[in-house]
Design a protein around this ligand. Structure first.
Ligand code: SF4
Length: 478
């Protein structure tokens, strides 16, 4: 999971992009960066390990200013955890102008395309990052096939398998484009207060971002979501234009609604907080005969489960409380790159309220169980704090498969639901009962259930990496 942002043709675009990135910091905390193009046509790029506020400082932003800018926050899914894999990437073209690109997602046929570009056309890669691959593939069509930038993006989009929400700067234009399935979120807004959102919208002031929650901080209005497979062009003095739409079967990531996206985001035609509250209400519906009453408290593993727990409590008419305190100076444990860092994160992150749990039945709501290690530690913490019973309710179905579309879930044998039975998981967690929401019940929650990917819950993948390991998938092969 990563986040992207871009702004077209306004002064101080670099500062605005830094602010957008700050609002989507939850999508990746490992590294960040921006690329800005000034009126003279120079592209500057600055990247670093760490949080936006520490990397993209005022001093840096003064040095790297421009009227067109793109930026990225990274959480590593593929490729090493270091600065070379940070984004954006500037792809140097022999006679210029260079192009700059950032992308969120994962490319399943990465190695086939990279090997082909390296071996047959002498491309040199500086990173292991799929954003760079997308940029170099577009450069291939520009340089070797002599296509226009628009056609180069169209051809590259056809070759790439997997998930990508991308922004590209080329000359004085900016392009936004997305994979045909629309896996990762992608929204379009504008800074132009006068623009008629139902008519032609000037390119100047267009804001592209992973999530709509970013718009508030820069004063942008939401226009709409980028369509699956859409390519848009932003050009000085011209309206925002859709160049092409190469749509496939829509496969929005349902996990974005369950966990990743911020609750104040609207994405995939849904309000995130609303979906989470409905998930909570559905879980409460499963518990009608559990006999929960005045001695029961509903609480969340903060923060991503807060709205699910609230939805549960309101629907079940039980008291909702915040029994676990979260230290906000510790980041999301899931987005730490290794287990050791995640374990340290849990210990530093949560603390139970003193004298709160004594004699209480607790309905403990979490968004998902991946390995189960975090939840096991929390359950133990609550028992030690005096909880009489702990009933764990999970706002996602059982995670039984890895994600190949931009979320770093572990391999199958590390996923507790793939290797243990329901009762074994409940016992491992130390809970009195355990329930997950069923996939089918999302049919009652989502407006277009059929437009969502549930592959890590039902193993119905659109693409799997093993399908591409041996295949020669050359863009010029017939
Ligand atoms: S496999 Fe799971 S995490 Fe990955 S895109 Fe599909 S629903 Fe989202």
């Amino acid at each position: 999971m990563c986040g992207i942002a871009g702004i077209f043709n306004v002064s101080d675009s670099e500062t605005l992009v830094a602010e957008l990135l700050f609002s989507i910091q939850h999508r990746g905390q490992e590294s960040c960066g921006l690329a800005a193009r000034n009126e003279r046509g120079n592209i500057f790029c600055y990247k670093g390990m760490g949080l936006v506020k520490n990397v993209l400082t005022e001093e840096i932003l003064k040095k790297y200013s421009g009227n067109i800018a793109i930026g990225h926050v990274r959480y590593p899914t593929a490729g090493k955890s270091d600065e070379t894999n940070s984004q954006p990437h500037v792809i140097e073209l022999p006679e210029g102008p260079h192009l700059a690109i950032c992308s969120n997602g994962d490319i399943i046929n990465y190695y086939e395309l990279r090997t082909w570009l390296e071996n047959d056309y002498g491309f040199t890669f500086k990173s292991d990052n799929d954003g760079e691959l997308i940029g170099r593939l577009i450069a291939f069509y520009l340089l070797h096939k002599k296509l226009s930038i628009e056609d180069s993006i169209i051809e590259a989009q056809k070759q790439l398998k997997g998930a990508f929400s991308s922004i590209l700067i080329y000359r004085d234009k900016m392009f936004g484009f997305r994979d045909p399935h629309g896996y990762r979120p992608y929204v379009i807004g504008t800074l132009d207060d006068e623009a008629d959102l139902n008519g032609e919208i000037p390119s100047e002031g267009i804001v592209l971002a992973s999530e709509s929650c970013a718009f508030g901080i820069v004063g942008a209005r939401m226009i709409r979501e980028m369509r699956p497979g859409e390519i848009i062009r932003l050009e000085k003095g011209k309206p925002m234009t859709t160049v092409a739409v190469n749509a496939g079967k829509t496969q929005h990531c349902v996990f974005e609604l369950i966990y990743f996206s911020r609750p104040d985001t609207k994405v995939f035609g849904e309000k995130v907080y609303d979906v989470r509250k409905k998930i909570g209400a559905q879980l409460a519906d499963y518990d009608k005969n559990m006999g929960f009453g005045d001695d029961t408290v509903v609480m969340a593993v903060p923060d991503s489960s807060n709205f699910v727990a609230l939805g549960y409590a309101q629907s079940a008419k039980l008291s909702f409380d915040m029994g676990l305190l979260r230290n906000h100076y510790v980041g999301r444990t899931f987005t730490k790159p290794d287990q050791k860092q995640r374990d340290e994160g849990v210990r530093h992150k949560f603390n139970p309220l003193p004298d709160f749990f004594e004699g209480k039945k607790v309905v403990l709501v979490d968004d998902s169980i991946v390995r189960g290690t975090t939840l096991r530690k929390i359950t133990r913490m609550l028992r030690n704090a005096g909880a009489k019973e702990i009933h764990i309710r999970i706002g996602s179905p059982k995670v039984i498969g890895s994600c190949y579309y931009g979320i770093d879930t572990p391999t199958r044998n590390e996923l507790i639901a793939a290797v243990k039975s329901h009762d074994e998981i409940c016992e491992y967690l130390g809970a009195d009962s355990l329930k997950h929401i069923e996939i089918a019940d999302f049919g009652k929650i989502l407006h277009k259930f059929e437009d969502f990917c549930f592959a890590c819950f039902n193993l119905e993948y659109q693409y799997k990496p093993e399908d591409y390991h041996q295949k020669v998938n050359r863009p010029d092969a017939k």
